[in-house]
Design a protein around this ligand. Sequence first.
Ligand SMILES: [Zn+2]
Length: 479
Amino acid sequence: MMKQKIIGVALLVAVVSAEQAGAQEAGAVIDAATKAMGTAGLQSIQYSGAGSVFMLGQNPRPEAPWPRFRVIKYDASVRYDVPGLREELVRIDDENPPRGGGAGGFVPATGQGGMRPILGEQRIVRQATPRTEVGQLQIWMTPHGFLKAAAANKATLAQAGGRRALTFTALGKYTVTGTLTDQNLVERVETRIDNPLLGDMVVESAYSEYRDVGGVKFPGRIVDRLGGHPTLDITVGSVRPNGAATLEIAAAPPAGEGGGALKATSERLGSGVWVITAGLNSVLVEFTDHLVVVEALGNDARSHAVIAEVKRLVPNKPLRYLVNTHAHFDHSGGVRAFAAEGATILTHEVNKPFFEKVLTLPHRINPDSLSKSPRKAAVEGVGARRVLTDGTQTLELHHIRGNLHNDGLLVAYLPRERVLVQADAFHPRPGAKPYPTPPQFTVNFVENIERLKLDVARVLHIHGGNDPMAVVAKAAGRP
Ligand SMILES: [Zn+2]
């Protein structure tokens, strides 16, 4: 008995001293890296460059890289004292052909966005502050920010990819790991953040080609990746440690903004057909003994607002299908909530393996309704065509072939109403200067409508609004 106690105490002492030694060792590594990088005296850093930016979740087909835009001017400022991070970039669309999305919403003031190719130069400003968890993580993932955070968050020493690594838990739930080169320079920082579709999504920044600028080491190349593909690839030109320029941080959003419950409204389009608007448009179609919704945009919260409106309009009928027009994240971030509701996901067959994977991905950082549901979600692939009908109500799904926006693009056609529901093949651009030649996205869309011999009176846009078919045909260069 006595012997056991002594052994127990000895073990406890051994564990505590091993922990202390580990902490001392990690501390020594942080100190060495801080010295090598010149981090201690660094309050801010500004740097400029050029390269490429890639738009998360806008790839032309699942598993393809995010689509690329050329960055002709890149300026970034990081302040560790405020703290905050600001990036300003000017991008052009020089991909030929411009496959995938990512042009952004149409901005009437600039006539930019809404459709690829982007005309001329487009300026984008991105800011990060500790007011959001992701903003705080972005600041801590910068090369010098990582070392400051490792020291402040009691990082421990680990191994990653054959390198010495420092790892710590940020904000109680994010594991941040940074590897160091043999010269004690921060080489790669990785964590995971929540994404409505991918769940606990890997975020990584790789730093290489370090240079010395007045005693401060800074990488000559920065590559950020989200969800396994690059989102930013910058070759750094000028670097100014402790630059004089102040970093403007946008004012905090008013209390309640973004925190309030999203509300959906609806408008009847025809017999048993409604457009449900919660920011953007979904469509509800009522059949004899079940319901179908077209498009689950955004995230869990938006889907719940749409589902609440569906239940208000037609109580007591099961939601059998959720139709997904394409796998871009803005159009599919809400599919998991519909799966949790028992709906089968109908999507083009090219997307089926992707959605089957997405419906099983872990969402530990921000558990959503499907991760809390015992339901096993189902996906059905649609080929060229699928007709849903009960003899009275009919909804036709057609594949839009050969569209550069997305390989697996579906449209939904209501023959009785002569309404065609479309996503991202046409965007209204009020007041914008016309394209020099009609964009492929729209020309191809109109060619498909003709090929399919659809008798379309109005086109309803998932991104908002609707237009007579003649307006869409004109945008495609038809007389
Ligand atoms: Zn899209």
